[in-house]
Design a protein around this ligand. Sequence first.
Ligand code: NAD
Ligand code: ZN
Ligand code: ZN
Length: 347
Amino acid sequence: MRALYKPAAAPGFELTERPEPTVGPDDVKIRVMTTGICGTDLHILKWDQWAADTIKAPLIAGHEFYGEVVEIGEDVRDVRVGDRVSGEGHVVCGTCRNCRAGRRQMCIRTESVGVQRDGAFAEFVVIPETNVWVHKDDTIAPSLGAIFDPLGNAVHTALSFPLVGEDVLITGAGPIGLMAIAVARHAGARKIAITDVSAPRLELARSVGADIAVDVSSMRIREAQAVLGMREGFDVGLEMSGHRTALPEMIDNMNHGGKIAMLGLPAESIDIDWAKVVTHMLTLKGIYGREMFETWYAMSAMLSSNAVMRQHVESIVTHTLPASEWAEGFRLAGDGQSGKIVLDWTA
Ligand SMILES: NC(=O)c1ccc[n+]([C@@H]2O[C@H](COP(=O)([O-])OP(=O)(O)OC[C@H]3O[C@@H](n4cnc5c(N)ncnc54)[C@H](O)[C@@H]3O)[C@@H](O)[C@H]2O)c1
Ligand SMILES: [Zn+2]
Ligand SMILES: [Zn+2]
């Protein structure tokens, strides 16, 4: 099969022929149709310190995907050949305390598809049946199916706290921040403000329904509050940039009792005003991955029941390229000026 392969612990990928993965008793083999390019994949391509510390090479990367089931193991019960599916990329142990309690997103031994085991930048991928998400709605297009993993990050983060009637601040209008706008709107937010430093991403944010899209290189969030007619501060913050300056400014703009869900992964340590966290009684919550599988139910239900939200989420995929043009796809994903980039493995 064709696969985007990292042969050794060094920068780069090569698009080459690899043996097809084999199916164990509990596994499902999927013919990959589309894959999303994620920030994680950019780290794996570049082979930075995080990649060197985390990845087992040789490796086929890729964890955001959609495709068709072509083979099932003998003990697979609910997934059928021909099903159209996406995949949960966190393979959990099943026996740690959290797994046994049903909190699988908190597994202490999570192994990630396309990071610690072969992933989906290939014509076929194999994952356990428990990680397969079967699309019951057959109108989910392959490009939308490819981004269920990051949409799940947006949904998990945005639904961490009740949003009905709340003023929401999202920092970072990358693909996940953009998706969070659509989710927060569906969930009943009043005003939605989003920040970034990329003009095209701020424009995308306006088109998917943000009330104000703030370029924090030239405008303060405090001024945005005034534009929106807000007087007391945001009720809920969704940190989706990982940038060092985003969380401190968010904390300065929260109402007392405000709640912050943090998805963005900082590359360095961040200094925040802890006295303000204490005296303003703020809640800070870290978010990792997707809830298994309540997040998946929620996102499928929202996309199927709300055509506007679905159209907004679909519009966040700004480029779909044939897999042979993977290098251009990675270039676009890395320059921070577009929405989500999807590779088509059927082309
Ligand atoms: N916790 C998890 O499970 C998980 C999963 C996926 C992604 N992530 C992280 O979530 C974040 C969002 O993911 P993404 O794919 O949308 O990433 P992304 O890197 O495309 O988006 C981040 C955005 O933040 C913007 N930004 C930079 N400086 C800023 C600032 N000072 N204020 C506001 N925005 C600023 C960038 O221009 C960019 O558009 C990343 O940090 C990513 O590493 C976490
Ligand atoms: Zn991803
Ligand atoms: Zn576990």
